[in-house]
Design a protein around this ligand. Structure first.
Ligand SMILES: [Zn+2]
Ligand SMILES: [Zn+2]
Length: 356
């Protein structure tokens, strides 16, 4: 296949200023990199914030292509790449560590100590480095994962989300078969948390949230019980549902102060709580309860330790239909409408996918 010299891309020119250009130079894969023909890029909850405010250390305005949840096919190989072949279908993860700091050497590249240092080899695609709202994107092989031929390309963009949920679960030591799991917050990461918990053999999965239609989607994806926190006292209800002992494992994805405070209150003695949400302010957690109840609390940043590979392994068994999560698709030309739909959650939008 001949690769054109220029491509169409959505480029950030300033705060809130996203423009479509059709003469952006197609990147060339360097050593260890592959060129991907992007076929789908999902809008993440972080993307409207990047559009509005940029990102610390982002590429210069006028050159910055964002978007980090993308999938497509390999169309060119950089020098030395033998791990992928032309035509392979791949999904990517946003983080590629420097490879030399202590954390990277331990597999914790999501917390690379050289964050944003491009010269050191760090990449945060769609944040501090160019990403996927474009016809082509260049990724290091460490950030790309082969997807099966029969996996829908739009659904493949959800693997990063799935890996974020799964990483939270891994940060608290996994989920054992039959355990009661609370997933707090039915956004895309919470809903994927339900899917991951179900595939890992959770017993009862309780999903909490404020919107009835999102809880309904959760049932379709494997949740057993929904709690509308606007209508019921979530702590009382979880304690009641668990015979007064609380949940074995909790995945807090809502990212609100109250949700974090409540999660501590309904976690079981010796239970585990993963904080996956993004919190705007410090939360007054009941720390003495965490101590006296021997509760494990873990922060969980993005999707380290090759969680994408594990999420893919769980999802490829195909036992849960993920299609309710993708509510809208738009061509790249309509990316502004796509963002409006995602940001305002128009027509019940959950995941909105842009198709370059
Ligand atoms: Zn994201
Ligand atoms: Zn590093």
């Amino acid at each position: 296949m001949t690769i054109p010299k220029t491509m169409k891309a959505a480029v950030l020119f300033g705060e809130g200023d996203m423009r479509l250009v059709d003469d952006y130079a197609v990147p060339q894969p360097g050593p260890g990199e592959i060129l991907i023909k992007v076929e789908a890029c999902a809008i993440c909850g972080t993307d409207p914030k990047i559009l509005a405010q940029g990102w610390p250390g982002h590429p210069p305005y006028g050159e910055f292509i964002f978007g980090h949840e993308y999938a497509g096919s390999v169309v060119d190989l950089g020098p030395g790449v033998t791990e992928f072949a032309l035509g392979d279908r791949v999904a990517v993860e946003p983080h590629k560590g420097c490879g030399v700091c202590d954390n990277c050497r331990d597999g914790l590249y999501n917390t690379c100590l050289n964050y944003g240092n491009v010269a050191k080899g760090h990449r945060h695609y769609g944040f501090s480095y160019n990403g996927g709202y474009a016809e082509y994107a260049c990724n290091h092989i460490n950030s790309a994962y082969k997807i099966p031929d029969d996996m829908d390309i739009d659904l493949s963009t959800l693997i990063t989300t799935a890996a974020t949920s799964l990483y939270g679960i891994r940060r608290i030591g996994g989920i054992e078969a039959g355990e009661t799991v609370v997933v707090s917050g039915p956004g895309a990461i919470g809903l994927m948390g339900v899917v991951m918990a179900r595939l890992l053999g959770a017993g009862t999965i309780i999903l909490t949230g404020t919107r009835a239609e999102r809880l309904e989607t959760g049932f379709a994806l494997g949740a057993d019980i929904g709690i509308n926190v606007k209508e019921e006292d979530v702590v009382d209800r979880v304690m009641e549902l668990t015979g007064g002992i609380g949940a074995d494992a909790v995945l807090e994805c809502a990212g609100t102060t109250q949700a974090a405070v409540d999660a501590v209150e309904y976690t079981k003695k010796n239970g585990r709580l993963a904080l996956v949400g993004i919190y705007k302010e410090p939360a007054p957690l009941n720390v003495n309860k965490i101590v006296q109840w021997n509760i494990t609390v873990a922060g969980s940043k993005a999707e380290g330790e090759r969680s994408l590979a594990q999420a893919l392994a769980l999802l490829r068994r195909g036992t849960i239909d993920l299609s309710p999560l993708i509510t809208h698709t738009f061509p790249l030309d309509d990316i502004h409408a796509a963002f409006e739909t995602a940001e305002k959650r128009l027509q019940g939008a959950i995941k909105v996918v842009v198709k370059p």
